[in-house]
Design a protein around this ligand. Structure first.
Ligand code: C2E
Ligand code: MG
Ligand code: MG
Length: 746
């Protein structure tokens, strides 16, 4: 390792007499390294410039700035902060003037990049080590230490360090900007937005106003005719969607073509043309009016940005396609259900909703047509319908395809109404030279005052559509609030009921039936109860219709029947041998093909005697399909099970019909029992029923007896049996047994 040779002129600069040379070099341009000398000794200034005068780094010479006091330095630095190195005398106006200045430079001026070299005449004035660290002081040298060579190397190292710090800071800032710019861009949907964003973001990166345009190369010929402007900002805004050949400014055309040809960025004196690699020859180029040449750092920044964004531009086309896929129907190119929901969402939030109507248009018998004539024909039909609706109803409303053969219409109520819509189906559609006559059914929902979500709105329009179909094809129906509520409530209740049944929230209670005269218990009616986990009860009048509607009543009814039979067996076992158990049976349950089997199985499995069982069917039920019913009742009677007609008096059974039904008992509806004390007319219905029963040899029971007066009147009219709160409320099996023992003792 050879020792570096020290040149002979390496003497201590500050001991050397030197002629004060040129104080400052050429006026500032960015291509110099600025070195500031702060010293109250003029000799130090001249010795330093002499020592460093011919220093050049990266082809950049030094430029000196001179300050002869801390105060002067402050004033200069306030104006001029583009300084690479500061050579600073520690002791000037005051002992610590230099250190105070360092604090000012770093903290008040925020100049963190400039390198600072402290010099002192006296070794005793070394600053504290803390100050060196806190103020990022590069070097501390006594003047006597600084030979010419040492000064040279110290300053060289300081400049290098300054350059690195600056580059790092610039790229950190730049990267930060790029990341932010790219993120902002990626959030844009669609190529147009993305492209417009590119220009804005580039302008932002360069701290310029957005002035520029972005174009895409439609094919690989590379002439200006095949270049189309897809985004433009500032002065160039009118150029959107025009071929670049129409741009009058030759400079723009040429630079864009050059960038695309050379596949790189072009930096002009007052503009920049950026190149973005695209897919399949569809490259992009942007022209930005910068008004000045870009420095190296900005150029590097843009290179990174372009590389980053090329990926995005590429993706955005993919994203656009995916977007179309997700929001538009592939066949008709109409918005799909998802997109319609988005649009609905916007409308529901805007005051425009007051006039708006949503309609669902369902093509009648489309499935049959499709099956008969083929899917291709079906597709053509859908296209024909879509274009007719769109053409006839105008562009202002939204036409969407929400299902196979269902279209959605969203627009002003003046346009979106049954007359307009159904009118479009009067003329036949011509497909493949063939006339096809179609009809449609429409469900409508006025959005004024509508309070649900967009999903609710679509659902409600669908409810209206279903209702319209139910009534007749080729009709229409407007949604009304009550309609939606009861259907939605029904569906909700249906799920809840099933869950309740499975989790044991349902149970059976028993209400005694008594002899009005002796007040002895003859039997009881099994009644279903639903107690929700919060302890409240849901009335059977609400949930039984839902169980019937959903078919769950078949399972539920069988369970009640078995429960009641088991209970009956227990009661008989306790000695109440004549006790009769009444069980309510629904229409759906009763007409189920397996009803007789179910009944037989329940009797067999529980061992309940058939003669002690009575089934209650409602009067309205008894009047449907008489022949079938008479047959079924015949079979039930063969088993030995009795039949009672519940809620009697509400229907219009004729005497002869009742005779044919061969029933055992009539239950007077509570409404007529209530009436016997309040009106004179009511009593005659109860009276009639009682008379009727007597004439037919049937037993008659009055239900809903609540007070003693009712019991008295009923008894006087010849009614033998009663059931009601006067005697007992429905109760659990245990309570029933206790109650029976108690009343037997009375
Ligand atoms: P229903 O068969 O006519 O039952 C008589 C209803 O009157 C019962 O109502 C009973 O609690 C009530 N009631 C009895 N005495 C009085 C009284 O003095 N005053 C008043 N205000 N009401 C009285 P509940 O239990 O709410 O049942 C209502 C209906 O639900 C029943 O009418 C029946 O049609 C049906 N239901 C109940 N359980 C079942 C069942 O297991 N299967 C079927 N299919 N239907 C059932
Ligand atoms: Mg009943
Ligand atoms: Mg009843």
């Amino acid at each position: 390792m050879s020792k570096p040779t020290i040149p002979p002129e390496d003497d201590l600069v500050f001991l050397e007499e030197s002629s004060p040379g040129a104080v400052s070099t050429a006026p500032s341009s960015r291509n110099v390294w600025r070195v500031m000398i702060i010293d109250d000794d003029a000799d130090v200034h001249s010795a330093t410039t002499f020592a460093l005068g011919n220093l050049e780094m990266q082809n950049r010479p030094l430029e000196f700035l001179h300050a002869y006091s801390a105060a002067e330095a402050r004033a200069m630095l306030k104006e001029e902060q583009d300084v690479a190195v500061i050579l600073l005398d520690v002791v000037m106006e005051q002992q610590d003037a230099g250190l105070l200045l360092v604090r000012y430079i770093r903290e008040s001026l925020g100049m963190s990049e400039a390198r600072i070299i402290l010099r002192t005449g006296q070794p005793g004035y070394a600053p504290e080590i803390d100050a060196i660290r806190d103020f990022d002081i590069n070097d501390y040298k006594t003047k006597s230490e600084l030979t010419r060579i040492k000064l040279y190397t110290t300053v060289t190292a300081a400049i290098r360090s300054y350059d690195q710090i600056r580059a790092i800071n610039a790229s950190r800032r730049g990267l930060d900007l790029i990341v932010r710019a790219s993120t902002a861009l990626m959030a844009q949907h669609g190529l147009e937005n993305f492209a417009a964003g590119v220009i804005t973001q580039i302008a932002g990166l360069l701290s310029l106003r957005p002035e520029g345009l972005l174009c895409v190369q439609e094919n690989q010929h590379g002439n200006s005719a095949s270049l189309v402007v897809i985004a433009a900002a500032g002065h160039y805004r009118d150029l959107i969607n025009k071929p670049v050949s129409e741009v009058r400014d030759q400079r723009i055309q040429q630079s864009l073509i050059e960038a695309l040809d050379r596949r790189r960025n072009i930096y002009g004196p007052d503009y920049t043309a950026l190149f973005f690699v695209g897919k399949a020859g569809r490259d992009f180029a942007a022209f930005i009016n910068t008004g000045m040449p870009l420095n190296e750092i900005d150029q590097r920044l843009l290179e990174v940005f372009c590389a980053n964004i090329s990926v995005g531009l590429d993706n955005v086309e993919l994203v656009t396609r995916l977007h179309n896929f997700a929001f538009y129907d592939a066949l008709t190119k109409l918005p799909n259900r998802t997109r319609l929901l988005e649009l609905l969402h916007e409308i529901l939030l805007s005051p425009a909703k007051e006039q708006m109507t949503l309609a669902l248009v369902d093509i009648d018998h489309f499935a049959e047509t499709n099956d008969a004539l083929g899917h291709k024909f079906g597709d053509l039909l859908l296209l024909a319908i879509s274009s007719r609706l769109q053409a006839a109803l105008g562009v202002e409303l939204t036409l969407a395809r929400v299902g196979g053969d269902t279209f959605g219409l969203l627009g002003h109520g003046d346009q979106v109404n049954p007359k307009n819509i159904l009118g479009q189906f009067e003329e036949p559609f011509r497909i493949d030279g063939q006339d096809v006559q179609l009809s449609a059914t429409v469900g409508l929902l006025r959005l004024a005052e509508y309070e649900g979500t967009e999903a609710d709105a679509l659902k409600d329009a669908d409810i209206a559509l279903k209702r319209a179909k139910l009534r007749q094809r080729s009709g229409h129906f407007y949604f009304s609030r009550s309609m939606g509520v009861d259907i939605r409530e029904r569906v909700r209740m249906m799920y809840a009921l099933r869950a309740a049944f499975e989790s044991g929230q349902l149970f059976v209670v028993y209400q005694p039936e008594v002899d009005l005269k002796s007040r002895q218990t003859l039997g009881a009616e099994a009644l279903l109860r639903w107690k929700t986990p919060d302890g409240s009860f849901i009335s059977p009048d609400r949930f039984i219709p839902i169980a019937e509607y959903s078919g769950l009543i078949v399972e539920l009814g069988e369970w009640v029947m078995r429960e009641a039979c088991s209970e009956l067996v227990r009661i008989h076992a306790l000695g109440y041998r004549d006790f009769i158990m009444s069980i309510n049976v629904s229409q759906v349950q009763f007409r189920h093909p397996h009803f007789l089997d179910t009944l037989n199985r329940a009797l067999r499995d529980t061992g309940a005697p058939a003669v002690a069982i009575e089934l209650e069917i409602t009067e309205s039920m008894a009047m449907e399909e008489p022949d079938l019913l008479i047959k079924l009742l015949g079979h039930i009677k063969e088993i030995g099970v009795g039949i009672a007609i519940d809620d009697f008096g509400t229907g219009f059974s004729s005497l002869s019909y009742l005779q044919r039904l061969n029933v055992d008992k009539l239950k007077i509806d509570r409404a007529f029992v209530t009436e016997i004390t309040s009106s004179t007319r009511g009593s005659s219905i109860a009276e009639m029923v009682i008379q009727l029963g007597r004439n037919l040899g049937l037993r008659v029971i009055a239900e809903g007896v609540e007070d003693e007066r009712q019991a008295q009147i009923l008894q006087a009219l010849g009614c033998e049996l009663g059931q009601g709160y006067l005697f007992a409320r429905p109760m659990s099996a245990e309570q029933l047994l206790a109650w029976m023992q108690e009343s037997a003792a009375r």
